[in-house]
Ligand binder design. Structure first.
Ligand SMILES: NC(=O)C1=CN([C@@H]2O[C@H](COP(=O)(O)OP(=O)(O)OC[C@H]3O[C@@H](n4cnc5c(N)ncnc54)[C@H](OP(=O)(O)O)[C@@H]3O)[C@@H](O)[C@H]2O)C=CC1
Ligand SMILES: CC(=O)N[C@@H](CCC(=O)OP(=O)(O)O)C(=O)O
Length: 342
């Protein structure tokens, strides 16, 4: 069965990565490509690496241009998905790469974003406990934020197994493409090159409630999360270091057994061999999450490091993986575990 798909936000980073993956997906026919200020220009102007689609003209983003497709991906800025999704009809699979439908709590939405809460959709992180079942057959998918992808998968197994206290610290070093294409003062070349800078510090980043939702769900009780992102001079990748106080005596073998049990059947999560630590370079271009853990015995803490490509597993790859589940395709269709190195 071939499905016809449309991508709204095709001129952006997330839309471009989505199209890179969909071009090799055997069950997909690529239909309408839409944008905002870029409408009327060709895709090749914005995404010169997507050669087979270079001559396609970008349409305006509205219900008419997105009509007549089996699947519509919305890679739009926050707050723009709900109105369009409501006009697409219940039989269309709508995959939202923005934040609009990630959070369950309307108060959290109002606090961290703004405007009306559009309601929660099944969450596109199949590796979280209970998430995969909700994606099978669904017509609406909320794709996770990039930081909550690497950070939640780092700690969910330990919380679910009761290995650590429900108070965790997460620090993520990120590449610049996470911020999208639009120009921002902290993303000017001379600010980014040769520099690393923390932002959204001390509980100020809007991914905090998404972390709390995911990890509290895994733990079965409230979890507090202190999250700090750090911008680094690289285009892609997120390296996350997550840690928490151990509950009682836990040795490394016991902790490793918990993670291996949680992830041994997951196609895109690799618990690395002992002594090998994740790097961003090793996951660029793949849909992988590479993970390593250690016990800091003196501090009594579990430390977990993960690496993802923010644009692949952190956005577009996660979206395709969830689409596959929703439509009944093998979960890994169109996705690669092979990265690009060096
Ligand atoms: N970059 C990343 O690593 C991640 C991104 N995401 C999410 O994906 C979504 C897209 O992000 P990203 O690709 O990085 O952003 P970009 O800024 O790179 O692209 C934004 C896209 O949306 C279009 N657009 C802008 N405003 C409107 C509007 N009012 N109506 C319709 N289309 C509009 C733009 O079109 P035009 O070119 O014409 O302006 C462009 O195609 C966001 O919600 C983001 O949070 C999620 C996880 C990770
Ligand atoms: C470097 C950088 O700015 N990163 C972005 C990550 C956003 C993202 O990827 O996720 P959303 O879909 O939730 O926006 C940020 O910190 O806001």
């Amino acid at each position: 069965m071939t499905v016809k798909i449309a991508v709204a936000g095709a001129s952006g980073y997330a839309g471009g990565e989505l199209l890179r993956l969909l071009l090799t997906h055997p069950e997909v026919e690529i239909g309408a490509l839409t944008a905002a200020s870029s409408a009327g220009t060709t895709l090749g102007t914005h995404q010169p690496h997507l050669v087979p689609l270079a001559g396609r003209v970008l349409l305006e983003t509205n219900a008419e241009t997105l009509a007549g497709h089996d699947v519509v991906f919305l890679a739009l800025p926050h707050g723009h998905s709900a109105e369009i999704a409501a006009q697409l009809g219940p039989d269309v699979l709508v995959v939202d790469l923005g934040a609009d439908h990630r959070l369950a709590d309307a108060g959290d939405w109002r606090r961290w974003y703004s405007g009306e809460h559009a309601g929660q959709w099944p969450y596109g992180m199949p590796e979280l406990p209970g998430a995969r079942e909700k994606l099978v057959g669904t017509k609406r998918i909320a794709v996770p934020g990039c930081f909550p992808t690497g950070g939640s998968l780092a700690l969910a197994p330990a919380l679910a197994a009761g290995l650590i206290e429900p108070a965790v610290t997460v620090v993520s070093v990120t590449g610049t493409s996470g911020a999208g294409k639009s120009l921002k003062p902290n993303l000017l070349g001379s600010e980014v090159m040769g520099n690393a800078s923390a932002y959204g510090v001390a509980g100020a980043h809007r991914h905090t409630p998404e972390f709390v939702q995911n990890l509290s769900g895994a733990a079965g009780k409230p979890v507090t999360v202190s999250f700090t992102p750090v911008l680094a001079p690289m285009p892609r990748g997120i390296l996350t270091t997550a840690s928490a106080q151990l509950v009682g005596d836990v040795d490394e073998a016991a902790a490793r057994a918990v993670y291996e049990k949680a992830y041994h059947a997951e196609p895109f999560v690799q618990v690395l061999p002992e002594g090998t630590w994740p790097t961003t370079a090793a996951t660029v271009g793949s849909n992988n999450v590479q993970l390593q853990l250690g016990i800091d015995a003196d501090a009594g803490r579990l430390v977990v490091v993960t690496s993802i490509d923010n644009l692949t597993k952190g956005t577009a790859g996660g979206a395709v993986q969830s689409m596959n589940l929703a439509l009944g395709f093998p979960e890994a269709t169109g996705l690669s575990t092979v990265g690009v190195a060096p």
